[in-house]
Design a protein around this ligand. Structure first.
Ligand SMILES: [Zn+2]
Ligand SMILES: [Zn+2]
Length: 351
């Protein structure tokens, strides 16, 4: 067993604290990773608070992991000691279903093995995530961090980045596409950067005037403050794709007229029931509402490579692990521009 320290919660309502963790000894296909940085995703907060009634305690969150290879089990030799690598939301999947065969492990028929609060079929134990010193991962679920990506600022690409990149790719966005990014936060700020870098005419939608100014600096051609009277009036029939990064149920109807024929409104942040949608706004002219969940391993590598090529990382505020509680509160209050990343070297402070 490999011993390390995690930062997690022992039960519902209990604060995060240091926990002793054991990682499995590496098998031939495993990579042992010393974790350098881990991003804070809103999902981490939902898991710690058991908002979805699915948390098994103790829980150690974290699925935007950047680290350095400490050892390998041999494997295919894809990774060597000292390599900078990433681990995202998944550490395994069945490998046999149609989605797995097509590299879309996030849609694995039996469900992918999530990096945190998932079930490891080999040990039967709950998976423990990246708020920790080290992790052991099947090399098929380890990403190469390309040269030129700053490790801390690259960490959010492993969940937030691929979550926006995957639907942009799936819907064929490229030069000349017209894309709207609804919500300027962890997902949205990367959505603006990536869609712009793909050559799309990119418009940001936000309720916060200060974030509208940020959106222009991030590369948006235009930023719309949706709470202003008549803000959407001149935008009808203007978009091929709208990515909604709003994390809660919201009224989609005001946005549907913005889509051109065959345009799609993609839900990325909200999995709850949506308020009723007016069918006529979909029928005329043949618009769709769809959704998308993170991205497969090949897509995640593609996201990292694309971002390295275009010099894209997240805007991050790096914190010590001891300050995660405050960071959770500030994330809920939307008081972060635009992602917290934990510097894991703080894990051994005072020990
Ligand atoms: Zn996430
Ligand atoms: Zn599968």
């Amino acid at each position: 067993m490999i011993r390390t320290i995690g930062w997690g919660s022992r039960g519902r309502g209990l604060p995060l604290e240091p926990l002793e963790l054991e990682r499995r000894d590496p098998g031939p296909r495993d990579v042992v990773i010393d974790i350098l940085f881990c991003g804070i995703c809103h999902t981490d907060i939902h898991q710690v608070h058991d908002d979805w009634d699915s948390t098994e305690y103790p829980v150690v969150p974290g699925h935007e992991i950047v680290g350095r290879v400490r050892a390998t089990g041999g494997g295919t030799g894809r990774f060597a000691v000292g390599d900078l690598v990433g681990v995202g939301c998944m550490v395994g999947s069945c490998g046999r279903c149609r989605s797995c065969e097509e590299g879309l492990e996030q849609y694995c028929r039996t469900g992918p093995i999530l990096t945190c609060n998932g079930r490891d079929p080999d040990t039967g134990r709950t998976t423990m995530g990246g708020y920790s010193g080290a992790i052991v991962v099947d090399e098929a679920f380890v990403l190469s961090l390309p040269d030129g990506l700053a490790p801390a600022a690259a960490a959010p690409l492993l969940c937030a980045g691929v979550t926006v990149h995957s639907p942009l790719r799936h819907h064929g966005v490229g030069s000349g596409s017209r894309v709207g990014i609804i919500g300027v936060g962890g997902l949205g700020h990367l959505g603006i950067r990536i869609a712009s870098a793909m050559g799309a005419h990119t418009v940001a939608f936000t309720t916060t005037p200060a974030k509208a100014r940020d959106a222009l600096a991030l590369g948006a051609s235009r930023a719309v403050v949706t709470t202003e009277e008549g803000a959407l009036d001149d935008l009808a029939d203007g978009f091929d794709l709208l990515l909604s990064t709003i994390g809660t149920p919201h009224d989609i109807n005001p946005f549907l007229p913005l889509l051109r024929r065959d345009g799609s409104y993609v839900l990325l942040g909200s999995l709850e029931p949506t308020p009723p949608v007016v069918g006529a706004l979909l029928a005329m002219p043949r618009r769709s509402i769809t959704a998308s969940l993170i991205g497969g391993i090949a897509e995640t590598q593609e996201t990292l490579d694309f971002c390295a090529e275009h010099g894209i990382t997240a805007d991050v505020e790096t914190i010590r692990v001891q300050d995660v509680g405050t960071a959770f509160e500030r994330t809920v209050a939307k008081d972060v521009r635009y992602r917290f990343v934990i510097d894991m070297s703080s894990l051994t402070e005072g020990r």
